[in-house]
Design a protein around this ligand. Structure first.
Ligand code: DAH
Length: 338
C-alpha cells in the first residue's frame, strides 16, 4: 500500500504541473480531492491494511494529502489572480478615435477670408510685425501731434535711431505695397497686430487683421461697397444684412464702418450686439490723397479704396464663441470642437 501511495503522489503532482487554467484545476480537484476522489479512496482502503502497518500508512497518506493540497492551493491562488488581470475584451465598446492636428480656428478663418478675396481678384502681400513710426503712423496721415496717434495704445520698442513699434494695424503694409508696385494694385495683407490693451473677453494685446487695398484710375466708393458686400455674403451667407456707417480714419476720406446684422438675435438687440442689432466687422474708406503721395502714387491720376477686418472678431461670429481669450488658451477640449 505504501507503493500505491507513492505512485498516486507522483501522479497527482505531475498532473498539477500541466494545469494552466481554472477549468483544468477544477477537473483535477474532481479527480483527486473530492470525497469520492482518488486520495480519499486510498484513505478508505486503510481499514484493510495490517494493524501494525496502519500508523505508517496513515502518516504517509497525510503527507500525500497535505503536499497535493498545498500545491493545489498555490496554483489556485495564481490562476485566479491571472483571471482578474487579463482584461476582458468588450467588442461593443466604441473605438478610440485618433485626433489629428488641425489648423487653429483663427487661421482657418483667415484662410477662408484670403481665399474669398483671391476669388475676387486680390493678390496677397505681407509686411513686418516690427514697424517704424513712419509706416505705422506718419505715412498714413497721422500728424505727429494729432490725437489720432493716441487712438491706438502702442507698444514702443526702445531704439536710439528711429521710432520703432509693434505694428498696431496692418495698414502700414499698404504703404509698403504702394512703394513696391505700380497701379493697378488689388491686394490684401493679412497679419498679426499688437495693442497695449487690457485683456478681457472682447480684446487681446495681440490679434489679427486683413487689410485690403485697391488702386486704379477712377476707383469709386460704389466699388468699395460692392466688393465688401460680395465678400461678406460669401463669408456669412447671402441672407445677411449689411450697412455702411460714416466714420473717421486719418488714412481714408471719406471713411466708413461696415456693420452686419447680429447673427445671434437677427437684429432684435442682444448682449453680443449691445442691443443695437448690428455688429461692426470692418473699417474702410477712400484712400486719402496724402497716403497715396506717401506711397509714391499721384493722387491726381489715381484713386483707391482700403479696408481692414479684424479676424478674431469674424472667427467669434462664425464659431459663436463670445470670449476671445478661449482662442489663445489652447485648451484642446475647446479647439477640438471648432
Ligand atoms: N487700421 C484700422 C484699425 O486698425 C482699420 C482700417 C480702417 C483699415 C479703415 C483700413 C481702413 O484700411 O480703410 O482700426
Amino acid at each position: 500500500m505504501l507503493d500505491e501511495i507513492q505512485i498516486l503522489k507522483e501522479k497527482a503532482l505531475k498532473a498539477l504541473e500541466s494545469v494552466d487554467s481554472i477549468d483544468l484545476l477544477e477537473q483535477f480537484r474532481l479527480e483527486f480531492l473530492v470525497k469520492k476522489g482518488k486520495i480519499q479512496s486510498l484513505f478508505d482502503k486503510m481499514k484493510d491494511a495490517a494493524k501494525e502497518e496502519k500508523p505508517l500508512i496513515g502518516k504517509e497518506l497525510n503527507i500525500l494529502r497535505r503536499s497535493v493540497e498545498e500545491r493545489f492551493n498555490e496554483l489556485r491562488e495564481r490562476l485566479s489572480h491571472q483571471a482578474e488581470t487579463v482584461p476582458t475584451l468588450d467588442l461593443t465598446l466604441p473605438g478610440r478615435r485618433d485626433f489629428r492636428g488641425t489648423y487653429h480656428p483663427v487661421l482657418q478663418v483667415m484662410e477662408r477670408m484670403v481665399n474669398i478675396f483671391k476669388e475676387l481678384g486680390f493678390t496677397v502681400a505681407e509686411g513686418p510685425d516690427i514697424e517704424d513710426g513712419y509706416h505705422n503712423f506718419d505715412a498714413l496721415n497721422f500728424p505727429p501731434d494729432h490725437p489720432a496717434r493716441d487712438m491706438q495704445d502702442t507698444f514702443f520698442i526702445e531704439s536710439d535711431e528711429q521710432e520703432l513699434v509693434l505694428r498696431t494695424h496692418t495698414s502700414p503694409v499698404q504703404i509698403r505695397v504702394m512703394q513696391n508696385q505700380k497701379p493697378p494694385i488689388r491686394c490684401i495683407m493679412p497679419g498679426r497686430v499688437y495693442r497695449n490693451e487690457a485683456i478681457n473677453a472682447r480684446s487681446l494685446a495681440e490679434f489679427h487683421q486683413i487689410e485690403g487695398l485697391y488702386i486704379d484710375k477712377k476707383v469709386s466708393f460704389a466699388e468699395l461697397k460692392g466688393t465688401l458686400i460680395k465678400f461678406s455674403q460669401k463669408m456669412y451667407g447671402e441672407n445677411s444684412k449689411f450697412r455702411f456707417r460714416p466714420s473717421f480714419f486719418p488714412f481714408t476720406e471719406p471713411s466708413a464702418e461696415l456693420d452686419i446684422s447680429c447673427f445671434l438675435c437677427g437684429g432684435e438687440g442682444c448682449r453680443i450686439c449691445k442691443n443695437t442689432g448690428w455688429l461692426e466687422i470692418a473699417g474702410c474708406g477712400m484712400v486719402h490723397p496724402n497716403v497715396l503721395k506717401a506711397g509714391g502714387i499721384d493722387p491726381e491720376i489715381y484713386t483707391g479704396y482700403a479696408f481692414g477686418f479684424g479676424i478674431e472678431r469674424v472667427a467669434m461670429l462664425r464659431t459663436g464663441i463670445d470670449d476671445i481669450r478661449l482662442f489663445y488658451e489652447n485648451d484642446v477640449r475647446v479647439l477640438r470642437q471648432l
